[in-house]
Design a protein around this ligand. Sequence first.
Ligand code: 6PG
Length: 228
Amino acid sequence: MTLTGAECRIFDDKAAVAAAAAELILQHAQTAIAERCRFNIVLAGGTTPTATYRLLADGQTDWSAWHVYHGDERCLPADDDDRNSRTADLVWLNQVPIPRQQVHPIPAELGAEAAADAYVPIVADALPFDLVLLGIGEDGHTASLFPGRDIPSGPLVIPVHDAPKPPPDRVSLTPAALCRSDRILLLITGSSKRDALARWEAGEDLPVARVAAGGNSVVLLDRAAAGV
Ligand code: 6PG
């Protein structure tokens, strides 16, 4: 599979993708911590990365050097089970000794505009990231950057309304932030992503294609998503 702007690595199944992703993340962390005593990682939302996050809960690393950010967030109460930050907290971040002040959820409970405004200085202070994790939606979105929508080049974080994937109100980092990273790692599993991947492979200007092309991107996908 040839995806413009990204190296593709195909694995047998979701579990193999999760294992490879966890190993790559820990390797990136080790390198960044050795070089700069700090590892800035942006987490992907949705369900795909959950298996990877569970594996990271058992990872051997210097958690005190980790600084965790989110690529997007849904405008829901902070303790809502559908929040991207809550999933990562429950299966991983609450189980490892990362100093709490180094975990930076997007305050999306404030509403899209207020949360985006509040998160801009946090992102600006963290750039460049060491690693950005992303998923892909069935329509080719990534983070909360959806097809057919204007993706501004200036701001680092934007409010999103009327999102086609519920909830309608969201906050998202833009390519100006997501692409300012040493590495972008996209995790894609399941046959439901096959159509979006085919559109990406055909050269369609999808948000995921634009972000991947803007960075040093690697796609970890399973055979079901690749259709092989
Ligand atoms: C979200 C995510 C979104 C997600 C994709 C894939 O808030 O939903 O940020 O971009 O990564 O929609 O979602 P799944 O991994 O659940 O298929």
